[in-house]
Design a protein around this ligand. Sequence first.
Ligand SMILES: Cc1cc2nc3c(=O)[nH]c(=O)nc-3n(C[C@H](O)[C@H](O)[C@H](O)COP(=O)(O)OP(=O)(O)OC[C@H]3O[C@@H](n4cnc5c(N)ncnc54)[C@H](O)[C@@H]3O)c2cc1C
Length: 387
Amino acid sequence: MDFKFTPKEEAFREELAGFVKNELPPDWLGAEEEYTPERWPMTRATSAKLGKRGWLSQSWPKEYGGQQAPLLTQLVFQEEANYWGIPGIGMGIGGTAWVAPSLLMYGTPEQKQEHLPPIASGERFWCTGYSEPGSGSDLASLSTRARLDGDHFIVDGQKVWTSAAHVADWCWLAARTDPAAPQHKGISMLLVDMKTPGITVRPLVNMANAHSFNEVYFDGVRVPKSGLVGELNRGWYIVMTALDFERAWPGVRYASIARRIMDELLKYTLQAGLKPQHRTRLAQIAVETAVGRALSWRVVDVINHDRVPNFEASEVKVFTTEVVARAIQTGLEILGLYGQLSPDSHQVRLQGWLEQIYQVIVGNLIAGGSSEVQRNIIALRGLGLPR
Ligand SMILES: Cc1cc2nc3c(=O)[nH]c(=O)nc-3n(C[C@H](O)[C@H](O)[C@H](O)COP(=O)(O)OP(=O)(O)OC[C@H]3O[C@@H](n4cnc5c(N)ncnc54)[C@H](O)[C@@H]3O)c2cc1C
């Protein structure tokens, strides 16, 4: 395996660093929450700038707004964007990471034509409606109902933890279309315009005091039949593929964030001084960061060979999110009491960035399937162990 990037890919890294310098505030460390009312204008404006450069859709076919670039170009983009904390690369929750790739696999030509170009141009934001009050890890038990009525589905039910629903234009929705069938065989995937009458979005404020996710209520919402993705009642298999996509790129994301934390901590300790016990902690995080990056490259390599990453995606998701959590923990120990200060304190160190991600990472260990669930997948599908 050749771990070198081409001169063209390295030049693209430089171009992205230039974008950060020119388009983001000086000393920008990243916005952990992109969809809060305070951050949203910047997120939206940055998405449009990224879309204009064709960076949100590098590997897609040209006919849908893509660049048909090699997947490794997308890898470089993801690494740099996440390292530098460029906001707005996801087009909401899932827009670029799993809605677009799933539509490329399962969408009708009309669905691709309607939805892919506005994602590529950084204009259409998505939310993902899977979880419900009684269905999270056990997603197949979901009960939001979509009943066929002529040319429309009528959707009734409630979703929860729906990130970015308050800013999203469209929803990637899993709903039950056949309640009589076994759980996995009665689910369908729908594309739902968030402006449709009958949808109510209520804010949920997380432990970092940020409004990032929501409850979403569907009350007699009429969704045109043309919004059905793939076959009726076969949506579970699309959800499974979409979840594999969802778990594939975060490996690159969290490995890059871990690298940035390492680099910032190194700069800080070289200036502020270092206690002996922190040397070995930092060295350990450096090793884990390198392993996480290699694992994330392996997943991209799987996609590059036209396979959907499966247990490999779970491996990298669980490993890299936990590395970030350990890196932050180490960082907070190094900062000592300063580590507890929030960004608005005049004594703050590293802009209070670590204190912020410390609170956000807890959710990242759960979102997209908790670490326990990822380990179950690795045991079952990766190691062939019995249930
Ligand atoms: C920050 C954040 C953003 C999110 N964004 C979205 C979103 O945009 N859209 C969306 O649909 N959902 C979203 N979610 C919801 C997320 O997908 C669920 O929280 C997750 O799947 C877990 O489901 P649950 O919360 O119902 O917990 P539960 O499934 O009730 O799990 C509770 C605990 O039991 C453990 N557990 C459950 N089953 C098993 C098992 N079989 N073996 C071992 N342990 C198990 C879990 O690991 C967890 O610790 C988000 C969550 C977070 C934290």
